[in-house]
Ligand binder design. Structure first.
Ligand code: NAP
Length: 282
C-alpha cells in the first residue's frame, strides 16, 4: 500500500492522479486532515484515512499496513519540523519500508529561510534509520503565475530577485516524479535535486507574459524591504511577505537555479515549459 499525506492539497491531488496511472486505486491511501475534502479521491476508489499532523495519536491507524509513504511537507511555516517529526516517528513504528519526503532545492546550503525546517526534517528522516528518498523540489512555476492577475492589472511583475534564474517546474511535474519514485525500484537512499529543464529570470517571465497577452509587462526590481512592503500593501500576511521577499533575494544569488535535469530523468520527459504554464494560467 502507498500512502500520501497532504492528499487534499494541490500537489497531493496531482500525486494521487499520477499514481492512479501506475497502480490500482485500491493500493493507494490518501491521508487527509479533513476526510470530507477527499470525497473526490474516495470516489476514484482510493482509500481515505483521516489524520492531522497536530494529533500524533491519529497516525498509528492512518499508517497501518503502509509500505511506502509520501510525506508532502506541511504548510504551517514554523510548525512543520515538529509536524513532520510526528509522521516520521509514526512511520517508523508502523515499519514503513520507504519514506519519500518533499524537501526544497539545495536544502543543505539554501539561503532561503524556508529551508531550515526542511533541513531539520531531512535530519530526522536520516536519524530514523528508515529507507528514504528525498525529493528536493524546486520552485513551482505556479508560484509566479499565481501573481499573473496582479501583474496584468499593475502592468508589471515586481520582485527583488534581480537577474537570479528560477529553474521552476509545474506542480504536475513534481507530482509525477513522486509517483515515479513510489512505483519503481532503486531509489532508496537517493537525494534528488528536482528542477525544471529551462531557467528564467523574472524579466524573462514578464516578457513571456507580454508576448502572450500583447500587453507591455516589464519587470521592476525592488530592494528587498520595498518588495516586502509592496506585498504587505497587496494584502499578504507579514510572515508570507517576509518569506517571499527572502526567497527572491536568495534566488538572486542562485538558490532556485539547478541544471542537473534530475526531474526530467525521473519523469522521462521534458519538464513543463514556462510558456505552457503561463498559457494555462491565462
Ligand atoms: P497546499 O495545497 O497548501 O497543500 C498542503 C497540504 O497539507 C493540504 O492537503 C493540507 O490539508 C495539508 N495539511 C496542512 N496542515 C495539515 C495538518 N495539520 N494535518 C494534516 N494535513 C495538513 O500546498 P501544495 O501546493 O500542495 O504544496 C505542498 C507543500 O509543498 C506545501 O505544504 C509546502 O510545504 C511546500 N510548498 C512548496 C512550494 C514550491 O514552490 N516548491 C511552494 C509552496 C509550498 P488541507 O487540504 O486540509 O488544507
Amino acid at each position: 500500500m502507498i500512502a500520501i499525506t497532504g492528499a487534499t492539497g494541490q500537489l497531493g491531488q496531482l500525486a494521487v492522479a499520477s499514481l492512479l496511472k501506475k497502480v490500482p486505486a485500491k493500493e493507494i491511501i490518501a491521508i487527509a486532515r479533513n476526510a470530507g475534502k477527499a470525497k473526490n479521491l474516495a470516489a476514484l476508489g482510493v482509500q481515505v484515512r483521516q489524520a492531522d499532523y497536530n494529533q500524533p495519536v491519529q497516525w498509528e491507524a492512518a499508517l497501518a499496513g503502509v509500505e511506502k509513504l509520501l510525506l508532502i511537507s506541511a504548510s504551517d511555516i514554523g510548525q512543520r519540523a515538529a509536524q513532520h517529526a510526528t509522521v516520521i516517528s509514526a512511520a517508523k513504528r508502523a515499519s514503513v519500508k520507504l519514506l519519500v519526503y518533499t524537501s526544497i532545492l539545495h536544502a543543505e546550503t539554501s539561503a532561503i529561510a524556508l529551508a531550515a525546517e526542511h533541513r531539520e526534517t531531512e535530519a530526522a528522516i536520516r536519524a530514523s534509520g528508515m529507507p528514504f528518498v528525498i525529493l528536493r523540489n524546486g520552485w513551482y512555476t505556479e508560484n509566479h503565475t499565481a501573481g499573473l492577475k496582479a501583474a496584468l492589472s499593475m502592468g508589471a511583475v515586481y520582485g527583488c530577485a534581480g537577474d537570479g534564474r528560477f529553474s521552476t517546474a509545474s506542480r504536475e511535474d513534481f507530482a509525477e516524479a513522486a509517483a515515479a519514485v513510489l512505483t519503481s525500484n532503486g531509489h532508496a537512499g537517493q537525494v534528488y535535486e528536482l528542477a525544471g529543464d529551462t531557467a528564467y529570470t523574472l524579466a524573462q517571465y514578464a516578457s513571456e507574459v507580454s508576448r502572450q497577452t500583447g500587453k507591455a509587462i516589464g519587470y521592476v526590481n525592488l530592494p528587498e524591504a520595498d518588495f516586502k512592503k509592496a506585498l504587505l500593501g497587496a494584502g499578504l500576511p507579514e510572515p508570507i511577505a517576509e518569506l517571499l521577499a527572502n526567497a527572491d533575494t536568495a534566488a538572486s544569488k542562485g538558490a532556485l537555479f539547478n541544471d542537473g535535469r534530475q526531474l526530467n530523468k525521473l519523469i522521462g520527459r521534458a519538464t513543463t515549459p514556462l510558456a505552457v504554464s503561463v498559457k494555462a494560467a491565462l
